[in-house]
Design a protein around this ligand. Structure first.
Ligand code: FPP
Length: 273
């Protein structure tokens, strides 16, 4: 496994095993201010998406209940939002609850729903202060009336904000999103509004939850799993992927800065040369 992540250090010697690249995140490197200065002078990932994984493992390692990991996860999410805004990232998508997460024990699902609702309520003043616009991805239909009401309130309150757009994926699954998009397009075909042979990629993009939002440039997954887990399947066609060993509750603003610096070192070819 290689994660090309030197955190500002000189490139590893050719003889150094590539596995050593992972722990370099922890090595002392440039200060946060130096890092910020460095990344602000190069093209930023306009849209960064994050699979926040590892809350349960973080808690288990401390002999704490899983929910303690989720509580810490909220703090890490708050820090990531602040850091993304500080750098000037335009869109940050956080995978908060997948359509498959309903299969977790009922008590954990209930806790997560309550935590997400109370976090949205509690963070609203901070979102306003920081000019953050909130939107959600996913199918709201199976969410409780309380969760939906909190999201709708925060979405409406922040809709004129012009800074970072924070997208929370809630009851989201990439395949389910595509099914909903296909149904919407099929309805337009059945009504005679759209001819099947004219359907182009743009029609599909516009029928997705991410309509009007650029595809992610960078996708970060924490806790070391090399999986997409049904996240933004259509949108990540040319996204740069970064898997970090860090468990989500330990993810700090510096990790985001380092991730952006890593992204900026990549050469994106979009299938060309
Ligand atoms: C992943 O860890 C975490 C989740 C699926 C839960 C949701 C995320 C949070 C509560 C963070 C806060 C987010 C917002 C937007 C307020 P896991 O439970 O899959 O961990 P494990 O793989 O170690 O068991």
């Amino acid at each position: 496994m290689t994660v090309p992540f030197s955190g500002g250090d000189p490139p590893a010697a050719a003889s150094e095993p590539t596995e050593l690249a992972l722990p370099t995140l922890a090595r002392p490197g440039p200060s946060d201010d130096q890092l910020l200065d460095l990344i602000r002078h190069q093209p930023l990932p306009r849209h960064t998406a994050v699979i926040m994984d590892g809350n349960g493992r973080w808690a288990r390692m401390r002999n704490l209940p899983r929910v303690a990991g989720h509580r810490e996860g909220v703090k890490a999410a708050r820090e990531a939002v602040r850091a993304a805004g500080r750098i000037g990232i335009q869109y940050l998508t956080l995978y908060a609850f997948s359509s498959e997460n309903w299969t977790r024990p009922a008590a954990e699902v209930e806790f997560l729903m309550h935590l997400l609702q109370s976090s949205v309520d509690a963070e609203l003043p901070g979102l306003m202060e920081n000019n953050v616009r909130l939107r959600t991805l996913g199918d709201p239909v199976s969410l409780s009336a309380g969760v939906r009401a909190s999201i709708e309130r925060a979405t409406r309150a922040t809709e004129a904000n012009t800074g970072l757009t924070l997208l929370i994926a809630l009851n989201y699954g990439g395949r389910g999103e595509l099914v909903r998009a296909v149904r919407a397009l099929a309805t337009r075909v059945a009504r005679g509004e759209l001819a099947p042979q004219t359907i182009a990629e743009a029609h599909i993009g516009e029928a997705l939850d991410t309509a009007g939002i650029p595809d992610p440039d960078l996708l970060i997954r924490t806790s070391g799993e090399f999986r997409l887990s049904n996240f933004l399947l259509w949108q990540v066609a040319y996204t740069e992927l970064l898997v970090l060993p860090t468990l989500w509750p330990d993810f700090a603003s510096r990790d985001l800065y380092l991730a952006v610096a890593d992204y900026q070192r990549r050469s994106r070819r979009f299938g060309g040369l």
